[in-house]
Design a protein around this ligand. Structure first.
Ligand SMILES: Nc1ncnc2c1ncn2[C@@H]1O[C@H](COP(=O)(O)OP(=O)(O)OP(=O)(O)O)[C@@H](O)[C@H]1O
Ligand SMILES: [Mg+2]
Length: 422
């Protein structure tokens, strides 16, 4: 197995998630950049980093900020598109890895001369949002002196996607603040929505990039461990270690499989569906587990709900994930209420349980991947629900129950806007 891949894996999905959550936790451009560069340096084990922004109006590249352990922040500088390495990356929209800057004609040592910093190697990747390049992110000098790898580039590209979303949100918010006189409360709500919007999807992409990287190594670890176990004597003391390896690899394989399923959710197959049938089927599917777990599922569903155009399998899946969470929140049994009715131009579905409830500090992040309070949970259930609701231009709201437990409300529009139908 390739050691670099192993390395990426070791650096940890969960740490990556945390930093990308941080990058997306603010709408102040300066904060976003600061967190982003710190994360880039940490994950790439780089000595320094810099961000470039394209000013489309002036046709110039704005050298936003550079930072590194040795301190020294370079303030704004300007480049022409195509000029230097960042200029090339922004113009072409392609990443560039330079093992030795001395051998790269596009490298300019202008900044090095000013700062006294010595650039040896670098990776520069474009910051892209909705197919448009808005800037570039560069990390400089891998710490132990070795060159950057292909895997570093992939990871940095995935991270750049997060950063682009965060930057874009920050700018949009800035424009909103400037152009509208919103009340503090309105601003707060907009801010929350903006942070939420696209963050979850971009995170899911990041997770997919990492899952893709670790799939093959996991398979070889599992495969070789199984062969080693076959070759060992029945009472050999290493058998129990191999069993642990096999258990853990199969857990990881399942995780990778879940992530793959999440990425498949991005494709939607729309068809007219009878919601009363769909809801009955979902409820029916749970009846064995409900009686086993002593849970009472009380359904209150409006008769003759309108036929709506949805991806039937996806909406069922979303409801199942929500109900599963409620079941898991009721370890000693209890009641789950499922209600559905028409409100204006959408169908509202509410799943309410009287279980353990969601911790206050988790509320903001439960839709993000890998956020879980369960020993065996992947933390992908609600990420998937969010993706599905977004696919249907719907809304999701998760609240604490008035007394205890949790209330999840979904609003699914009866008529999707036509762009969805294409
Ligand atoms: N009805 C609920 N009651 C209490 N906590 C909940 C409820 N729904 C979600 N949560 C909290 O939100 C977390 C994230 O839920 P999510 O469905 O995304 O992942 P998971 O259930 O932990 O794992 P997975 O669904 O991938 O098996 C849960 O771990 C739990 O802490
Ligand atoms: Mg779940």
């Amino acid at each position: 197995m390739n050691e670099d891949t192993n390395d990426i894996y070791r650096r940890g999905l969960s740490a990556l998630m945390q930093s990308s959550a941080l990058i997306n936790s603010s709408l102040q451009t300066a904060d976003v950049l600061n967190y982003a560069m710190k994360a880039a340096e940490e994950f790439m084990e780089a000595e320094a980093s810099s961000v470039y922004e394209l000013d489309t109006e002036k046709g110039e590249i704005f050298f936003r900020l550079a930072r590194g352990e040795k301190g020294g922040i370079i303030k704004s500088r300007r480049l022409k598109p195509g000029e230097g390495i960042a200029g090339w990356v922004i113009q072409s929209g392609k990443p560039m890895v330079v093992e030795d800057v001395q051998k790269e004609g596009r490298f300019s040592d202008r900044f090095d001369r000013e700062t006294g910093f010595k650039t040896r190697s670098l990776i520069c990747v474009p910051l892209t949002i909705r197919g448009k390049t808005i800037g570039a992110l560069q990390v400089i000098n891998k710490k132990n002196g070795v060159p950057f790898t292909e895997e570093d580039t992939e990871l940095l590209t995935a991270l750049a996607q997060q950063i682009a979303v965060a930057l874009d949100n920050a700018k949009l918010y800035q424009r909103l603040e400037e152009n509208f006189e919103l009340t503090a409360e309105e601003l707060k709500i907009t801010q929350r929505k903006l942070i939420r919007s696209e963050r979850s999807a971009a995170m899911a992409n990041l997770v997919q990039a990492v899952a893709h990287e670790v799939r093959n190594p996991i398979m070889s670890i599992g495969g070789f461990a199984a062969r080693m176990k076959d070759g060992l004597d029945k009472n050999h003391k290493f058998r129990k270690y191999l069993d642990i390896i096999l258990q853990e690899t199969s857990r990881l394989e399942k995780l990778v499989q879940d992530v793959r399923e999440l990425s498949e959710m991005q494709t939607v197959y729309l068809q007219p569906a009878n919601m009363n049938n769909l809801l009955s089927e979902v409820i029916e599917g749970f009846s064995p587990i409900m009686s086993r777990e002593s849970i009472d599922l009380a359904a209150d569903i409006e008769e003759n709900l309108p036929t709506i155009t949805i991806d039937r399998a996806q909406i069922s899946r979303a409801l199942k994930n929500i109900i599963e969470n409620s079941i898991e929140a009721l370890p000693t049994g209890g009641t789950i209420e499922l209600k559905a009715w028409t409100v204006d131009s959408h169908i509202r579905i509410i799943v309410k349980d009287f279980g353990v409830g969601i911790d206050e500090d988790k509320f903001d992040s439960i839709l993000d991947p890998f956020v879980t309070s369960k020993a065996t949970g992947a933390g992908l259930g609600l990420t998937m629900v969010y993706q599905i609701v977004k696919n249907h231009q719907g809304e999701i709201d998760i609240k604490r129950g008035s007394d205890r437990g949790t209330v999840v409300a979904l609003d699914i529009p009866v008529n999707l806007k036509s762009e969805m139908e294409g």
